[in-house]
Design a protein. Structure first.
Length: 144
């Protein structure tokens, strides 16, 4: 195999790996984040409504934003709207996910917050791990 052919093969393999990596990032990181943003906007606008238990069954185009294809809605006495999207669930009450709020300046991130999650009880107390932006937080509940 001559030198030009070897260089071409290495470039082709590199381009293929780069394409696969870009697609994976879009599929497993960017698209779920976009789905959460879009479904939160739909919940805020009233396009999607929660049932009596506070659960919104997400349409198929947005279901990728949550592990179970659902969003869990909580309204506080201060009239803040909190929406939980579960990204992982462990044994017992352990879970991790993303929490969105429609009034971040007033509600603000606390160390912990009680949110609706009827899958394992009526509510669950989640701890804010990091602020994603003014409206969203990465949260976790580590109680067994």
């Amino acid at each position: 195999m001559n030198r030009t052919m070897r260089i071409s093969m290495v470039l082709l393999i590199g381009l293929s790996c780069s394409t696969l990596m870009s697609w994976s990032i879009y599929r497993y990181v960017l698209r779920p984040a976009q789905a959460r943003e879009e479904s939160f906007a739909a919940i805020r606008s009233g396009e999607l409504t929660a049932g009596i238990d506070g659960v919104v069954l997400l349409p198929s185009r947005w279901a990728i934003g949550s592990l179970d294809g659902k969003a869990y809605v909580t309204r506080t006495p201060e009239r803040a709207l909190w929406v939980l999207f579960v990204k992982e669930r462990g044994s017992g009450m352990r879970l991790g996910g993303y929490l969105f709020c429609d009034k971040p300046a007033k509600a603000g991130p606390k160390a912990t917050i009680d949110v609706n999650y009827p899958s394992i009880g009526s509510t669950v107390n989640v701890k804010v791990l990091r602020v994603m932006n003014a409206y969203s937080y990465e949260v976790v509940n580590e109680k067994p």
